[in-house]
Design a protein around this ligand. Structure first.
Ligand SMILES: [Zn+2]
Length: 484
């Protein structure tokens, strides 16, 4: 037992202390799951592991609460294993060492796993504490949230009976999450033949760089420059100089806004100075458009080793028009929430390799039909260029419902308890709730939690006071769940 087990609420911190002692990085949750199964046996609570590996523990309603709606408390078992360079730690064997640092709990040299260990602990405390008044409870502990949401993806429709899902995996006390984005990966492939580059042509590298990039979901609202989109805007205007393209390499990760993109182009010697002027003019135009968000943006144009082959002219036009025409950035803002992106696309990667150009995009939306619309639009653009479009790894979004009964109840409960309004939020990125709600469309869902800073890094810390507020809020809400 460490010093944190004396903090309030005691039961929550004691469970968290025990969880820290059991290694549980993503994909290695079985030791923790076994310990929780032992706990369920000791408490004589019905429990089972589903076909995916998620653990479910049930607790019947307190006397007099049997007619209330059933609540599912959900948290993920795994944690992100990150450590400082000078820390020796084996996440599959060594315990996390939590300690009190002023108003916060941190771990010695590693991630703490408060994401989502505090949520797990709060659910365990609800299961154990018989002084709490609550309806029928089903606790859903999912596996592998951090590296693929495997547990949420695999949940079946006949596992849970409840009506309200409370996800305990949010990271700011006083915020209630009511929506998230779904996503789907687009891969568009265009095969091309090659032609020889004439000796009268000179070869150059054109590079778009200095952009900020960022997360393709959360940061898409910032309207930063997309290096691929800018590169193809430039190539499209250079078409009038009869350029050839030898290769293209833009972006690296599907979920990152591309910061750099590069093309090797060949130009007739007589057109080189014209090309240089055009590039500088385009650079100035785009820099002006993006001045507020991309102060370091630049385009470089430098001679390089003479290329022997280039994409054939017939396909070159198709390729440039295809990429230049693909939708990118914010496509639609939400009607139900201010400042929430509803639908977006990130033109993430463009690469040429072995006579195939591959374009990878990540589409997101909290409205599934809007995501479908983008899929169909991109398919249409691809077909027009005789390219092949494939869409994989789709998962549903969670459309914010401002009239959600659990949102109404929790907003009122929060105000009654703390005499202030909670903030109602949604996020333009994936959460387990999106997947879970896809399997159980009848659920009324909400996500909340204590204040956790710097999750997924060795600086992760959880605010002690916020855990107490989170616990009061959770237990007070359970008391007030309405009748079925
Ligand atoms: Zn989490």
């Amino acid at each position: 037992m460490s010093e944190i087990s004396n903090l309030n609420p005691k039961l929550v911190w004691q469970h968290f202390d025990k969880i820290c002692a059991i290694p549980h990085p993503s994909k290695h949750e079985s030791a923790l799951r076994d310990a929780l199964i032992e706990f369920a046996k000791e408490q004589k609570l019905e429990h089972f592991v589903d076909t995916t590996g998620n653990l479910i523990i049930k607790k019947p309603a307190t006397k007099g609460m049997e007619n209330r709606k059933g609540v599912i408390l959900q948290a993920h078992l795994d944690m992100v294993p990150q450590k400082n360079n000078d820390t020796k730690h084996d996440f599959e064997k060594d315990p996390i060492l939590p300690y009190i640092d002023g108003e916060w709990i941190r771990a010695k040299g590693t991630t703490l796993g408060a994401d989502n260990g505090i949520g797990v602990s709060a659910a365990l405390a609800v299961l154990e504490d018989n002084s709490i008044v609550h309806p029928d409870i089903e606790v859903l502990f999912t596996i592998d949230e951090e590296t693929g949401m495997t547990g949420a993806f695999g949940l079946k429709a006949d596992v849970l009976k409840g009506d309200i899902l409370m996800n305990l995996d949010s990271e700011t006390e006083g915020e209630l999450y009511v929506g998230c984005a779904g996503g789907i990966d687009a891969s568009i492939k265009l095969d091309y033949s090659i032609e020889a580059v004439k000796s009268t042509y000179k070869t150059f590298n054109v590079c778009v760089k200095g952009l900020k990039g960022g997360h393709s979901g959360m940061d898409i609202i910032l309207q930063r420059g997309n290096a691929n989109k800018i590169l193809f805007r430039l190539l499209n205007s250079l078409l009038e100089l009869n350029i050839l393209i030898c290769d293209i390499n833009g972006g690296s990760l599907r979920n990152a806004i591309p910061r750099e993109a590069m093309a090797t182009i060949a130009i007739a010697g007589v057109n080189v100075s014209k090309a240089r002027t055009m590039i500088d003019e385009e650079w100035a135009k785009i820099a002006n458009e993006l001045a507020a968000v991309e102060p370091d943006f630049k385009i470089t144009f430098e001679p390089c080793e003479q290329a022997k082959t280039a994409i054939s002219r017939a396909k070159l036009l198709k390729l440039i028009r295809l990429v230049y025409g693909l939708p990118n950035g914010v496509y639609r803002m939400s009607d139900s929430m201010p400042n929430l992106v509803e639908t977006s696309s990130n033109l993430a990667i463009v690469k040429t390799e072995e006579q195939t150009a591959t374009i990878s995009c990540l589409l997101r939306s909290s409205v599934d039909s809007s995501k479908e619309d983008l899929v169909n639009m991109m398919t249409a653009i691809a077909l027009n260029a005789n390219a092949e479009a494939e869409f994989t790894g789709g998962y549903p979004g969670w459309k914010p419902n401002m009239n959600s009964p659990i949102l109404g109840l929790m907003s009122k409960t929060y105000k009654d308890l703390f005499n202030k309004e909670p903030k109602v939020m949604a996020i333009h990125a994936g959460l387990e709730c999106g997947l879970l709600g896809g399997v159980y469309p009848n659920w009324d869902m909400i996500s909340f939690g204590p204040t956790i800073q710097n999750p997924h890094s060795p600086d992760e810390r959880v605010n002690i006071k916020s855990v107490d507020l989170f616990w009061q809020f959770l237990t007070e809400t359970l008391k007030n769940i309405p009748v079925k």
